[in-house]
Design a binder for this molecule. Structure first.
Ligand code: HSE
Length: 306
């Protein structure tokens, strides 16, 4: 096999992981998209960012887009093209809990796959991204769209994808960013049987409710005992912002991925703006500044074109 296409265009959605109790297992794709254009040029490697991050370009050896693309060439036993132009239009905020690293790696993998004429199955694409991330929740949501459950086991990787109604999702991000690595390092390595039982039941109920759209009790079942309590303590103002969102009418609020963003679920007819304003006001009162955006679940996952 050798290179089949000299250009590729990839678009990848953001994602929110965990959805409360589904730590490392559940993901939901969000309608916030990164786009990347690949062009084989015969010159040297050029990486250009527009949109967010336009002033920051990590060195190629640290650039997740490049690393993701290289993995595919390695897996296919093909030399990485010396002249390649990678131009990104970035909309997914980084270090915010919206799956930007999974989306970036996935864009690199899918673009490289397209240049090589699509030798990889979807499952192989997921495996590359999931292994690099260390968890499959963001990767599966960005790849398949909708609500996803992803399990990586020695016998194989299982993904289930579900459609969800067009919830209004308010994502509120405090100015202070945090890395997933830091936010994972602080978690205890063992949990009590009671907490495990609590999370198992809630996770099943979250999937059921989000799919059906009957979310009256979503706030009850989106509670988590494995990661959120530890992480929220390190995000000043987050507990007050959760309360404020609930008081303003949000149906449920969870930490988005490893944070620091919070994600509030609202019914389509609900005033998401009011919920967002209430959250940033709560942060302000706690001496923190925050911003919010309103989005919806993305029905489709990542797409690649030649
Ligand atoms: N499941 C991961 C975590 C998601 O919570 O650490 C990171 O985006």
């Amino acid at each position: 096999m050798s290179m089949v296409n000299d250009k590729a265009y990839v678009r990848v959605p953001a994602s929110t992981a965990n959805l409360g109790p589904g730590f490392d297992n559940l993901g939901l794709a969000l309608n916030i998209w990164n786009e990347v254009r690949f062009q084989v040029t015969g010159e040297h490697l050029v990486v250009e960012n527009h949109g967010l991050l336009s002033d920051y370009i990590p060195k190629p050896e640290k650039n997740m887009l490049v690393i993701g693309a290289k993995k595919v060439f390695e897996a296919c036993d093909e030399p990485f093209p010396e002249g390649l132009r990678l131009e990104s239009q970035i909309q997914i905020p980084v270090r915010s809990g919206m799956g930007s690293s999974a989306a970036t790696i996935l864009a690199g993998v899918m673009g490289a796959d397209m240049l090589l004429g699509n030798p990889l199955e979807r499952g192989e694409i997921l495996k590359i991204v999931g292994e690099m991330e260390g968890h499959y929740d963001n990767a599966s949501a960005s790849l398949f769209g909708g609500l996803t459950l992803a399990l990586d086991r020695p016998a194989g990787t299982l993904v289930r994808r579900y459609d969800v109604p067009p919830y209004q999702l308010v994502i509120c991000t405090p100015k202070r960013g945090s890395s997933t690595e830091e936010m994972r390092a602080l978690l205890p390595q063992t949990v009590s049987l009671q907490d495990a039982i609590f999370n198992i039941g809630n996770t099943v109920a979250v999937v059921d409710m989000l799919r059906s759209g009957s979310i009256t009790m979503l706030d009850v079942v989106m509670q988590d005992k494995l990661h959120q309590p530890h992480r929220l303590k390190l995000i000043p103002g987050s507990e007050q912002a959760i309360e404020a969102a609930r008081d303003a009418g949000a149906k449920a609020v969870a930490l988005s991925g490893a944070g620091p963003s919070l994600i509030a679920f609202c019914q389509p007819d609900q005033a998401a703006q009011v919920v967002g304003q209430a959250m940033i006001q709560a942060y302000r009162q706690a001496g923190e500044s925050a911003t919010f955006l309103i989005t919806t679940p993305a029905d489709t996952g990542a797409q690649a074109f030649a």
